[in-house]
Design a protein around this ligand. Structure first.
Ligand SMILES: NC(=O)C1=CN([C@@H]2O[C@H](COP(=O)(O)OP(=O)(O)OC[C@H]3O[C@@H](n4cnc5c(N)ncnc54)[C@H](OP(=O)(O)O)[C@@H]3O)[C@@H](O)[C@H]2O)C=CC1
Ligand SMILES: O=C(O)[C@@H]1CCC=N1
Length: 273
C-alpha cells in the first residue's frame, strides 16, 4: 500500500515516552510517512526511555512544553491517571495544535474540558503499531478540520489498520484490540510451553507458535472464511486437532476469552468514571 508522506509542516510529538508511544513512533519511522527527525518526546524520570527513542532517531527535548512547541500533532501518551495533570500543565500552550489522546477510558468531553481545547481526536491503538500491524480506532472531537483528521488517520493507517467509530464503542475496543495483543502473547507462550513439554526445543517451539498465530490471523483476515469454517478445515475426523479442541472446550477456552475482553472493557469503563 502506498504511504501518503505528511507535508513538511507536520511534526509529531509524544507527551509520555512510554511503551505505546514507542510502538507508534517506531511504526511511523518504519513506514516512511514522517522521518524520525520530525518526531520528538521529552524524557520524564527514566533516562532509559530517552535512550530507547534516540536509538531510532527520535529527538528528545527538554520538557512537555517543548514537545508541544515543536509539534503540529501531539499524542497524549501518559497513563490515564496522569492525563489531567499534563493537560492542565499544557493548557495555555496548545493554541491550534492537533491533539490525539490514546489514554484508555478518558472521554473526548473530558479531554476537551480539561484542556479547554477542542481539536482532539481520541484513538485506541495497540502495540503492533511498531511493526505496521496495529488495529486502531479513532473518534473525532468537535473543533477539527477534515485535513486534521486526515493527518491523524494517515499516521495510524501507516502503522496498521484504522477505523473511525462512535466513541461509545471505545471501552469494548479497548478490551478487544487495545489489550488483545497480551492475550495472544500468553497463548503463544503457553502453546510453546506445551510443545516443550512434548519434547521440542524452546526456540523452535516459540518460532512455530508465533508463526502459527500469524498464519491463522492472516487466514482469518484474507481467506474470506468464517473462523468456525477455518477451524473445521483443520479438524480431521478422529484426528489430532479435535482432541486438542476438546481439551480447550472442557477448560472453557472461549468463555475465558470472552470474559477477558469483558473484564478489560469494564476496567476501561471504570477509568472513565
Ligand atoms: N501499552 C499499550 O498496549 C496501550 C496503551 N494505551 C494507552 O497509552 C497510554 C500509555 O500507556 P503505556 O505506554 O503502556 O504506559 P507507560 O507507562 O509505558 O508510558 C507512560 C509514560 O509516561 C511517562 N510519564 C509519566 N508522567 C509523565 C508526565 N507528567 N509527563 C510526561 N511523561 C510522563 C512515564 O514515565 P515514568 O514511567 O518515568 O513515570 C512513561 O514513560 C495509557 O494511557 C494507555 O491507556 C492504549 C493502547 C494500548
Ligand atoms: O492495559 C492498559 O490499560 C492499556 C490500555 C489498552 C492496552 N493497554
Amino acid at each position: 500500500m502506498a504511504i501518503n508522506v505528511l507535508p513538511d509542516y507536520c511534526s509529531l510529538g509524544f507527551i509520555g515516552p512510554g511503551k505505546m508511544a514507542e510502538s507508534i513512533a517506531r511504526g511511523v519511522v518504519k513506514s516512511g510517512i514522517l522521518p524520525a527527525n520530525r518526531i520528538c518526546t521529552a524524557s520524564h524520570r527514566n533516562k532509559t526511555r530517552e535512550d530507547v527513542f534516540q536509538s531510532f532517531g527520535v529527538n528528545i527535548v527538554e520538557n512537555n512544553k517543548q514537545v508541544v512547541k515543536n509539534s503540529t500533532i501531539i499524542f497524549i501518551s501518559v497513563k490515564p491517571q496522569i492525563v489531567k495533570k499534563v493537560l492542565v500543565e499544557l493548557k495555555d500552550d496548545l493554541n491550534d495544535k492537533i491533539l490525539v489522546s490514546i489514554a484508555a477510558g478518558i472521554k473526548l468531553k473530558d479531554l476537551q474540558e480539561l484542556s479547554g481545547h477542542d481539536r482532539f481526536i481520541r484513538v485506541m491503538p495497540n502495540t503492533p503499531s511498531a511493526v505496521g500491524e496495529a488495529a486502531s480506532v479513532m473518534a473525532r472531537g468537535d473543533g477539527l478540520e477534515e485535513k486534521d483528521v486526515k493527518y491523524v488517520s494517515d499516521i495510524l493507517g501507516a502503522v496498521g489498520k484504522i477505523w473511525e467509530i462512535e466513541e461509545k464503542y471505545f471501552d469494548a475496543v479497548t478490551g478487544l484490540s487495545g489489550s488483545g495483543p497480551a492475550y495472544i502473547y500468553l497463548a503463544i507462550e503457553a502453546m510453546a510451553d506445551g510443545a516443550v513439554a512434548a519434547g521440542l526445543t524452546r526456540d523452535l517451539a516459540l518460532n512455530l507458535a508465533s508463526q502459527t498465530v500469524l498464519g491463522a490471523a492472516t487466514m482469518a483476515t484474507q481467506s474470506g472464511k468464517h473462523p468456525g469454517q477455518l477451524k473445521d478445515d483443520v479438524t480431521s475426523p478422529a484426528g489430532t486437532t479435535i482432541a486438542g479442541v476438546h481439551e480447550l472446550e472442557k477448560g472453557g477456552f472461549r468463555g475465558i476469552l470472552m470474559n477477558a475482553v469483558c473484564a478489560a472493557a469494564n476496567r476501561s469503563r471504570e477509568l472513565s468514571s
